[in-house]
Write a protein that binds this ligand. Structure first.
Ligand SMILES: NC(=O)c1ccc[n+]([C@@H]2O[C@H](COP(=O)([O-])OP(=O)(O)OC[C@H]3O[C@@H](n4cnc5c(N)ncnc54)[C@H](O)[C@@H]3O)[C@@H](O)[C@H]2O)c1
Length: 248
């Protein structure tokens, strides 16, 4: 499929995990991709794997200046950004009553303010050009709640609300804004959670109607669809990719 031929995509947190799979999939579909991550070695490694269609750049989503510079460099090297994928995320699983304000700041900074920073940097160009696709990776936690992840849930629910509001503001410019909510997915982030809470991880896998946890490629396929013209008339929507774990 070459649904994204000639498009330029900017993917955050793309050095590993779901972001890496998204960057690979968008490139397979014809896009030129800025593979960005706070871990610049990981970003460059993913870009090298993808080949000529990709550039690897350091970009810390919590820092507006870092994002602005990465956006400028992307536009200089690849051209104007057609697709923004807000994927970077971070979590620490613990009961809310044991969590510190320091942890709240980190969780909210990466998962909530991060996408705000990226949209703020990329959206003006999209408005000017009268086209664009924004896809944010939230979480099923943000739709249905997840114990041990209260602040993360707040941030991920925040992204769903934010996306709906921005979707309304920019629909007249033919820019759509949608959200993909992974269920438990086989990445380092999930493995860390599984290590700390093995019973929770086992119970989750058993509870999934499809019979397995998600793979990063499952999420990437949904993101590629929403980034493509096949989704041109879809905006402000939230898609759960969870093997049926949640159906609310
Ligand atoms: N894995 C799951 O089970 C799962 C479930 C639901 C939602 N998600 C969401 O999917 C997204 C990707 O998760 P993953 O499992 O691939 O995680 P991961 O930890 O494997 O990868 C996250 C990437 O984000 C990068 N990152 C962290 N902080 C950053 C920052 N400040 N700026 C830029 N990049 C930063 C990391 O360096 C890493 O490469 C996240 O938003 C996560 O919340 C994951």
């Amino acid at each position: 499929m070459a649904r994204l031929q000639g498009r330029v995509a900017f993917v955050t947190g793309a050095g590993r995990g779901i972001g890496r799979a998204i960057a690979r999939r968008l490139a397979e579909e014809g896009a030129r991709v800025a593979v960005t991550d706070v871990d610049d070695a990981a970003a460059r490694a993913t870009a090298t794997e993808i080949g000529e269609a990709a550039v690897g750049l350091r970009a810390d989503v919590t820092d507006p200046t870092s994002i602005r510079k990465a956006v400028e460099e992307t536009e200089r090297r690849l051209g104007p950004i057609d697709v923004l994928v807000n994927n970077a995320g971070w979590d620490k699983v613990e009961p809310f009553l044991e969590s510190s304000q320091e942890t709240w700041d980190k969780v909210l900074g990466i998962n909530l303010r991060g996408p705000l920073n990226c949209v703020k940097a990329v959206l003006p160009g999209m408005v000017q050009r009268g086209r664009g696709r924004i896809v944010s990776v939230s979480s099923d936690a943000g739709r249905v709640g997840s114990s041990g992840e209260a602040v993360y849930t707040a941030a991920k629910a925040g992204i769903i609300g934010f996306s709906k509001a921005v979707a309304r503001e920019v629909a007249r410019y033919q820019i759509n804004v949608n959200v993909v909510c992974p269920g438990p997915t086989n990445t380092a982030l999930f493995k860390e959670v599984a290590r700390d809470r093995p019973k929770l991880a086992d119970a989750l896998a058993r509870a999934i109607p499809w019979g397995r946890i998600g793979e990063p490629e499952d999420i990437a396929a949904a993101v590629a669809f929403l980034a493509s013209d096949d989704a041109a008339y879809i905006t402000g929507q939230t898609l759960s990719v969870s093997g049926g774990l949640t159906m609310a």
